[in-house]
Design a binder for this molecule. Structure first.
Ligand code: MLC
Ligand code: AMP
Length: 490
């Protein structure tokens, strides 16, 4: 039976002894070995009686087996739902319940979180692979269509409740094909992969482009400066968030010689400072290719491969995708004016799981998605992202919605209200700072507040600092003026 996602990305590599994953320890996993492992996992799913369309939630360390779980979901027609390894038990409980996941695959120690659980550790150990070991290396491919759902990616929201973005096979396949061609990925490419595989960037952009081209990835468990520099000579391309680039530039071993052979450096997920772009070119001679995307849409725009890669811009809409700058009613603004960026195309998601109202707020009936990003188009048609209309902090490429933290702070004794803001940070781009208004005369103790909210909040979302203020600045509509707070505490 047909299954475009599995057929296009995976099935055509069956029997191929070409390298797919080069691991940090020096081992290489061929395409065929990877697919046999994935088939075994698909057989575990079948043994458990999982049916196409059911969700498999996965919170595990990055490993080849973790990626094989993703391939196994495609093969079995299951919806892959990856989760940040930093999420706490209370955050995970919400995702499991909201998604109605039929199976939770977690690291050792996460077992209590769901009814049906298998474990998978960083080295490929645990109950999942133990079960898979005895099962056949081929498995049936579930019949699916391009409109069927392939993945749920949870993204926080301005109300503080995370939303499950539903991505179809078409969403993933169209973006993979477009990006592979646009960025000229080929079978000879070896992508230096240090991103997590629970977000669009490391999962669908990096991996699906590699699968489409039939190339290989140098697959690191996480970003590690020494490993990046040590392995760069073996790579042809790299994808990273801006923090990767600033960390590399801070290291004197990162030189023109080290990168002379590289074909392409790509950046995204957060704004790359123009000065980083300029510094990178001065050091290496390479111009970083910056692109712009989202969980809900995959990639929308990109700087050109051949033409000028313009610092401080995210380039042009990708082929087949429309991106425009609009007023509040969705009317396109004249060139040069600032408005909200709206996008439409085969990459745009199917809506938020179980949230038809939220979906309606962000997806226009004509198919345009309201990104919450503010942009302007310059005289040469390059798109510039100039800010956000959504209240969002991006730290090291991770999105953090202030509302989620404010709700937790507001619930603490001694807190009247709070505002959470992002302040500039040299390494992460932005850092989280909480501003708290005391309820009464005695100011709450910052350390007590931070430890009280810690169990409910992944570490990367936790404020790095708490400021106490008698009153929050508000505009005439009563809305907290976060820009005033940012100016004050920067
Ligand atoms: C880690 N920490 C962070 C953090 N990452 N704090 C804030 N922001 C982050 N991004 C904290 C840890 O909790 C820990 O805190 C301390 O920093 C050290 O942890 P670490 O694990 O050693 O950090 P490190 O490995 O240095 O991680 C930094 C990083 C990583 C930048 C390499 O965050 C990363 O890989 N980011 C990429 C995120 C990503 O893939 N985004 C794509 C989203 S998709 P403490 O205090 O306990 O020591 C998307 C769409 C698109 O946006 O367009 O692509
Ligand atoms: P996420 O929800 O994690 O997918 O993050 C998507 C958001 O990241 C976008 O809405 C933008 O705000 C931001 N983003 C992604 N790429 C870029 C970029 N190149 N420049 C600026 N912001 C970006």
């Amino acid at each position: 039976m047909a299954n475009p996602l599995y057929d296009t990305l995976f099935a055509r590599h069956q029997g191929s002894e070409r390298p797919f994953l080069h691991l940090a320890g020096g081992e290489t996993l061929s395409y065929d070995a990877f697919l046999r492992q994935a088939a075994r996992i698909a057989n575990v799913f079948a043994e458990m009686g999982l049916e196409p369309g059911q969700r498999v939630a996965v919170q595990v360390a990055k490993s080849p087996e973790a990626l094989a779980v993703c391939a196994a979901c495609a093969q079995a027609g299951l919806v892959f739902l990856p989760l940040n390894t930093a999420y706490t038990q209370s955050e995970i409980s919400y995702f499991l319940e909201d998604s109605g996941a039929s199976l939770f695959i977690c690291g050792p120690g996460g077992e209590a979180k769901a009814l049906r659980v298998e474990t998978l550790d960083a080295t490929g150990g645990g109950s999942l692979m133990a079960r898979a070991a005895d099962l056949p290396e081929t498995a049936p491919v579930a019949g699916r269509g391009e409109d069927d759902l392939a993945a749920f990616l949870y993204t926080s929201g301005t109300t503080g409740r995370s939303k499950g973005a539903m991505l179809s096979q078409r969403n993933l396949l169209s973006n993979a094909a477009t990006l592979t061609e646009h960025w000229r990925f080929a079978a000879e490419d070896r992508l230096l992969h240090a991103l997590p595989i629970f977000h669009t960037h490391g999962l669908f952009v990096a991996t699906n482009v590699t699968l489409t081209a039939g190339g290989a990835m140098i697959f690191l468990p996480k970003f590690d400066l020494d490993a990046m520099i040590g392995l760069m000579p073996q790579a042809t391309t790299m994808m990273g968030v801006p923090t990767f680039y600033t960390r590399l530039l801070d290291d004197p071993r990162f030189t023109a010689d080290l990168t002379a052979h590289m074909r392409l450096f790509i950046s995204g997920s957060a704004p790359l400072l123009a000065e980083t772009h300029v510094q990178f070119e001065a050091r290496t001679g390479h111009r970083i290719l910056e692109r712009y995307g989202m969980t809900e849409t995959g990639m929308n725009t990109s700087n050109p491969y051949d033409g000028e890669r313009r610092a401080g811009t995210v380039g042009f809409p990708l082929p087949g995708i429309e991106a425009r700058v609009c007023d509040a009613e969705g009317r396109e603004l004249p060139q040069g004016e600032i408005g909200q960026i709206e996008v439409r195309g085969p990459n745009v998601f199917q809506g938020y799981w179980n949230m038809p109202e939220k979906t309606k707020e962000e997806l226009r009936p004509n198919g345009f998605f309201l990104t919450g990003d503010l942009g302007r188009v310059d005289a040469d048609s390059y798109l510039h992202i100039v800010g956000r209309s959504k209240d969002l902090i991006i730290s090291g490429g991770y999105n953090i919605y202030p509302k989620e933290i404010e709700l937790l702070l507001d619930a603490q004794p001694g807190v009247k209200e709070s505002a959470v803001i992002g302040l500039p940070h040299a390494d992460f781009g932005e850092q989280v700072v909480g501003v708290v208004v005391p309820d009464g005369d005695a100011a709450p103790d910052a350390e007590t507040l931070l430890s009280a909210i810690a169990p409910d909040l992944a570490r990367f979302k936790q404020p790095r600092r708490i400021e106490i203020l008698a009153e929050l600045p508000r505009n005439s509509m009563g809305k907290v003026q976060k820009n005033v707070l940012r100016d004050r505490f920067s």
